[in-house]
Design a protein around this ligand. Structure first.
Ligand code: SF4
Length: 370
């Protein structure tokens, strides 16, 4: 059953609390004649003590709490389903107040990758409902783009998943539904709150933004002062192959994308990751591996190979183990740091967008019958 989180927010005049920085809240409170120290108290309740309602902020006088609750509602999405266990990938389907749904995934440390002692817990966060970029391997884009998530809707995914799982997260990837750099303002605002000592307090190097390759936005993103990690969904080493898989490549071809990546790595002194989904007969040929190695070496990028995870409604297949190993060996032969990442949560629709789609299809079938 869904928990009873407050979800009172459709008032266009209200400012969702988890969407505000401490400076903005202080400023808003000042206009209302409320002293600045209250902003610090409020942020402490939300991000350190993790309350989910204004009524729990006990050191604020009741009339003040009531007044502030009306202006700065604490929004939380409704938990529609949660699957998985504490030791494995857990997937959360969340519904916002306008009935739109997104997926958030919690991935505990893999001893195989990080050692038995690792306490790494990664959350994979969505930034949009649906996606406009239509990558051919991805379920999120199949139904098109619905809307951007607000800053508070991004932040509340972290707060809610931590509360539901009982596991504090220490690593965050923007790899859920949506193209993060296409929701640029909310992404940047959310990163500020995630990273701030008064906010979630997650180190910048523990935050990764994954993009399908919006070259101009990569350059803009490089202007942020923090060392945020960048991952590029590459999936093809030539324009011919990449365009077949990712329509965005027509707009920002590989040469332009690589220049933007070069700008990012030089400016940020930050290592880059290429994500490369291996699809049988599409992008798993040896010459793709050789060219991919050349791109990676120039940018000193690490390569994550991800064997294709079957998406309902799409015809592609994952390459054989032998073909995956041949591809990996070719990258390593050129001195590129490369690994094959086993998709976790295969059995719980952990591939981007699949769970939401299944629930929506089921919902529309039920609706169709009535
Ligand atoms: S992979 Fe990312 S950018 Fe591409 S369609 Fe899916 S959500 Fe959108």
């Amino acid at each position: 059953m869904a928990p009873n989180y407050p979800n009172n927010g459709t008032d266009p005049y209200s400012l969702p609390l988890q969407g505000l920085s401490i400076e903005e809240l202080t400023q808003q409170l000042d206009v209302m004649g409320v002293p600045a120290y209250r902003a610090r108290q409020i942020m402490e309740w939300v991000y350190q003590k993790r309350v989910t309602a204004w009524s729990e902020m006990m050191n604020l006088p009741l009339p003040l709490r009531e007044k502030l609750a009306a202006t700065f509602p604490l929004h939380f999405p409704e938990l529609v389903t949660a699957s998985g266990s504490k030791d494995t990938t857990q997937k959360f389907l969340l519904r916002f107040s306008d009935n739109e749904m997104v997926e958030t995934v919690l991935i505990p440390a893999s001893p195989a990758l990080y050692g038995e002692e690792s306490d790494r817990r990664t959350i994979c966060v969505s930034t949009q409902v649906g996606c406009a970029y239509g990558c051919k391997f991805c379920a999120s884009g199949l139904d098109g783009f619905k809307r951007n998530l607000r800053t508070d809707e991004i932040i509340s995914q972290v707060l809610l998943v931590e509360k539901e799982s009982g596991l504090p997260i220490n690593n965050l990837v923007f790899m859920g539904m949506g193209e993060p750099l296409a929701n640029f303002e909310n992404l940047n605002r959310a990163i500020t709150i995630l990273n701030a000592p008064w906010g979630i307090g997650l180190g910048a190097r523990k935050i990764t933004v994954s993009t399908s390759g919006l070259a101009p936005r990569i350059r803009e993103f490089a202007e942020r002062p923090e060392q945020i990690r960048l991952a590029i969904s590459l999936h093809g080493a030539t324009d011919e192959v990449r365009t077949q898989i990712m329509p965005v490549n027509k707009r920002y071809p590989i040469a332009e994308l690589m220049e933007a990546c070069f700008y990012y790595t030089t400016r940020k002194k930050q290592l880059l990751t290429f994500e490369y989904i291996l699809i049988a007969g599409i992008n798993d040929q040896l010459e793709q591996a050789t060219l991919l190695a050349a791109h990676a070496k120039r940018l000193r990028a690490k390569v994550n190979l991800i064997p294709y995870n079957k998406v309902e409604g799409l015809p592609w297949e994952r390459p054989s183990q032998a073909a995956q190993q041949t591809f990996l060996r070719e990258l390593r032969r050129h001195g590129v740091a490369a690994t094959i990442r086993r998709e976790k949560g295969h059995d719980i629709d952990a591939a981007c967008g699949q769970l939401r789609r299944r629930v929506q299809v089921a919902g529309s079938q039920v609706a169709g019958r009535s």
